[in-house]
Design a protein around this ligand. Structure first.
Ligand code: ADP
Ligand code: MG
Length: 682
């Protein structure tokens, strides 16, 4: 067997200097090296005729030199080499800058292969600094060449070379990690061949086979590691056993509305978990407005009445402030003390809160990341609720949980996640779903329009305001460049405030504003002092303004469907019929199809499935992908089919052999013990 953990510097052609560079990209061992997978490939295997070349295209040509290399000196140390070559169809000029040493390599009448980018000017074809082979050699051409994601001073050639040599060491000696029965059932490539073909594929068919196998392995080990974690929680019996004498129904009966069946079912699941000695680890999923918050309030009641404290973590200050109002409204009548702790909480107030938290005067602490700070110490933390929306990673969840002694954990998310994805994103949690909205919710009427309808849309906005309602106008947020986006909000505000809606009160808000400013604006909007609020997606998360009845979304084509649905959930929170207008640009049929889905359905789960189906790539969660596990090769979106296969395998194993003790699963156990469990546990 080869030692995969051996230091990469002893691989031929690496050495101490390159090993340092490899370290920068996370490659320290032979194992790291051979699992540093290409991000792309260049097909240098299929020759083209010169006359068929397209400007800007990378291509391979097979040619004969029609002259000798000519050298032109320009300036002191600068040279240009030129060589004219031809095939049956045309001629091409090969040009090299500052590579004089190549001068002697070319002879009239000799055959060559060149691979490079074709430039066509005035009908003349040229290739600059191409790679080449002489005669039939296949050193640089004639094959599919991997392109690696690289950084710093590592050159493609260097890393390619290192990997080639690394593969020579392991060639044929990698121990198969997949059991035979899976290799057969899913037609998976054997490991050694897959590893070779993923780096240096003989054909794209071979590449596909190799990739499928490696993706399968990666997803399966992740999925099994997660269910292993779940088993581990299940076997730990040192959580809190909440008293059966404290009844959730006491607080449920005090509410001004009746809970939905789905809410009651979910509460029963939570109640069972709480009364059980093993710590609860539960994901609560539910569409916007499905009433998750009240579920967390009721669970909080139970924890507090059993003598424990509760921490509620929200992703933004606005949301935390909203939560505290709702919590107080329901829980204060029961003598439960709730407090709010934010990054901006005044020093004196903060000191007071910390003291009361530690001595147990405060029962419920609601806040943002501010709760994670070290000096926030609970007397007796028994329940942690994180309102997640993909903004907290597993790590942060862990650090708040560590402030208690195996507290119960409830994770809430309003992003409807198709089940397949939920299983791999939250595979270590039990899942509860609220799949029903409270009754009498009016459907949010949604219309998709083009810019031709602008005036009518503006009139509709006026009509809503004149009836006493409020309006959101949302523009896309380009996360990588919030400055530009902020400007677009500001520009819109200019136009709307000074021209279109000058008779109304127009405000704006965007992510990069100071927290204090944002809070002030949201406060004013809530109090009805702003008629039209222009914003980026900062309002996406949970803001509750029941008087807002209309949302206009600019450039709706730029948002993911799941995100549009989240945004739209900001209206229709009160008694008024509410509307969402999607202004879109472009004529692509995909855009129209997506707008149609938004018009026709109000079910977040269906929308999420469709979104995934239509886009199929990484934008499912908008640009916010925090919390997604990192994979070396798998892509949750493109590899959905494989993910489904993997999950049916995982489910079967979970039922038949949860601890991977059977002989047939021995290889899987080894794989997970060695490679995975450590990574997942952080
Ligand atoms: P979510 O957090 O799931 O987006 P919320 O908990 O904010 O939803 O609920 C939205 C609104 O609906 C809140 O004002 C809440 O008080 C109310 N609500 C929750 N459950 C019910 C119910 N069963 N019947 C009527 N109204 C409800
Ligand atoms: Mg809520």
């Amino acid at each position: 067997m080869v030692d995969l953990k051996q230091n990469v510097q002893y691989v031929k052609g690496v050495g101490p200097a390159k090993a340092k560079l490899l370290h920068n990209i996370g490659v320290d061992t032979l194992d790291d090296l051979i699992t540093y997978f290409p991000r792309n490939y260049e097909d240098r295997s299929k020759p083209k005729m010169i006359s068929q070349l397209v400007d800007g295209e990378e291509a391979l040509i097979e040619v004969v030199a029609t002259g000798n290399v000519s050298e032109i000196r320009i300036g002191k140390n600068k040279t240009i080499l030129k060589l004219v070559v031809r095939d049956e169809t045309s001629t091409c000029i090969i040009t090299w800058f500052n590579q004089s040493y190549l001068k002697g390599r070319f002879k009239i009448g000799q055959k060559y292969k060149f691979y490079g980018k074709a430039q066509i000017k005035y009908g003349k074809v040229e290739m600059v600094n191409p790679v080449f082979d002489i005669e039939e050699n296949n050193k640089n051409t004639g094959k599919i060449v991997p392109i690696y994601p690289l950084t710093y001073n590592l050159k493609q050639g260097a890393i390619r070379n290192a990997i080639e040599n690394g593969l020579k060491i392991v060639d044929g000696k990698l121990e198969e990690t997949m059991p035979d029965y899976l290799l057969k059932e899913y037609h998976l490539e054997e490991l050694n061949r897959a590893m070779k073909q993923i780096h240096f594929p003989d054909s794209f068919e071979e590449y596909n086979r190799a990739r499928k196998r490696l993706v399968f392995e990666e997803l399966l080990s992740m999925q099994l590691a997660l269910s292993g974690l779940k088993n581990k929680y299940d076997n730990e019996n040192d959580g809190i056993e909440y008293s059966k004498d404290v009844k959730m129904s006491d607080v449920i009966n005090s509410l001004p509305f009746k809970l939905t069946k789905a809410q009651l079912r979910v509460l029963e699941e939570i109640d069972n978990d709480m009364e059980n000695r093993k710590p609860m680890n539960r994901l609560l999923q539910g569409d916007v407005g499905s009433g998750k918050t009240i579920v967390s309030i009721i669970s909080t009641y139970k924890a507090v009445k059993c003598g424990y404290q509760v921490a509620i973590m929200a992703p933004t200050a606005i949301l935390a402030e909203q939560h505290i109002q709702e919590f107080k409204k329901v829980l204060e009548p029961f003598g439960i003390k709730c407090e709010l702790l934010l990054g901006g909480t005044r020093v004196k107030k903060r000191r007071e809160i910390l003291e009361e938290l530690e001595n147990g005067t405060i029962d419920v602490l609601i806040g943002t990341h501010a709760l994670l700070v070290e000096d926030v110490i609970f007397k007796n933390l028994g329940l942690v609720v994180t309102d997640e929306q993909h903004r907290f990673g597993v790590r942060q969840r862990g650090s708040i949980v560590a402030k208690g002694n195996n507290p119960d954990v409830l994770v809430m998310t309003a992003t409807p996640i198709p089940r397949t994805l939920a299983l791999i994103l939250y595979g270590d949690l039990d899942i509860s779903i609220i799949d029903e909205l409270p009754p009498n919710r009016k459907k949010i009427e949604t219309y998709a329009v083009t810019s031709a309808m602008e005036e009518r849309v503006n009139n509709f906005i006026r009509k809503n305001i004149n009836e006493g309602r409020q309006v959101y106008i949302v523009c896309p947020l380009v996360e990588e460049n919030e400055d530009i986006d902020a400007k677009s909000v500001v520009e819109l505000e200019e136009k709307y405030r000074n021209e279109v809606f000058k008779e109304y009160r127009v405000g704006y808000i965007y992510g990069k504003m100071k927290q204090k400013e944002k809070d002030e604006i949201m406060h004013n909007f809530k109090e009805g002092e702003i008629d039209v609020l222009i914003s980026t997606t900062v309002i996406e998360v949970g803001v509750n303004v029941p008087n807002a009845s209309l949302m206009v979304i600019e450039n709706a084509e730029r948002f993911g469907l799941a995100q549009l649905h989240q945004l739209r959930g900001r209206v229709g929170r009160g008694e008024y019929q509410s509307y969402c207008i999607l202004k879109y640009e472009g004529k692509s049929s995909e855009t129209r199809q997506r707008m149609k889905i938004m018009q026709e359905t109000n079910d977040g789960f269906i929308i999420a499935e469709k979104d995934l189906e239509l886009r199929g790539s990484g934008e499912f969660f908008g640009t916010k992908q925090h919390g997604l596990p990192e994979f070396k090769i798998a892509n949750l979106f493109e590899d959905m089919e494989t993910l489904k296969s993997v999950q049916s395998v995982a489910l079967k194993i979970e039922n038949d052999d949860p601890k991977l003790e059977k002989e047939e699963n021995r290889k899987l156990k080894k794989l997970i013990d060695e490679r995975f469990t450590k990574r997942v546990e952080i």
